[in-house]
Design a protein around this ligand. Sequence first.
Ligand code: ZN
Length: 308
Amino acid sequence: MAWYPNASKMELQPESDDQPAIRPTQLIFHSIAAAWTPRRTYEFWRDSTNLESHFGVGYDGSTAQYIGTETRADANYLANRRGDGSGAVSVETASNDDASDPWTPAQVRTLIEIGVWMHQHHGIPLRICRSHDDPGFGFHRLYSPWADGGTDCPGDARVAQFYGEVFPGIVAAANGQTPTTTDPKGDDMPYTRAEYSGDTLTLERNTWTPVEINGADLYPGAQSYSGTVYLTLTTPSGIVIQGRFYHQAEDGRRWDGPIIERIATSGSSFVDFTHAGFVSSGESVRFEMTSSEDATVTARRVAGLYWK
Ligand SMILES: [Zn+2]
């Protein structure tokens, strides 16, 4: 039985004594769909249900541990304990009732600290689980065998934070670093980005329509980028097309880039929109467009360079 020294110990019985041992190989993050303190979560596990987690983390970053990390807890369905004795350690986190809000900065800090401890104490490898039984870090909805009947847990905003802040933070802290920003001199070699989609997209006149190109984020993981969106479209008559890049933050806020105008003639036309920008942590780079008359996009492409 192992207990994380920075958590308040609130041991759940009889589960803690009765449930079988595990060899912890994974750490899985959840949202509990309730704005609960770690103590309130403990009372819920004790009094109302036996689908307990190992840890609970409140909005203020305070944390409690209910079950030793070498004992099975029951929040992760088939990952709780596998036939080979390996199992997942689970972390529930306070959230709003529909688990749509992001983790607070204090929660992110605590999740990183728990992750580092799991790496150092139990040897959880510093990677995102590559399959449902692969050792590493994950979030509840990442693999269906982790959730009986499926789940959205921990919610879109927190999934983005897992990829953008929590997991990179665990890696950086475990390696003795604090997260760094891009060297402003730009010494690093850029990555290239080239994506194409032949899916059609219908534009309703005078309506801003998001344009995804194999995913909403045009430059995943970028801290800065420079590139172009190319569109082929058909229109019944000559029209004006407007397009703009924008940056979408996890909490719903967005930054809009300048509007770029293009003329499209009747029949098939080819238009392009270029932008360069800097991306804050947790933001994704997106593109949207509107046209003066109904039109159909028949092909889309994004090509450019970006820096992580
Ligand atoms: Zn969950």
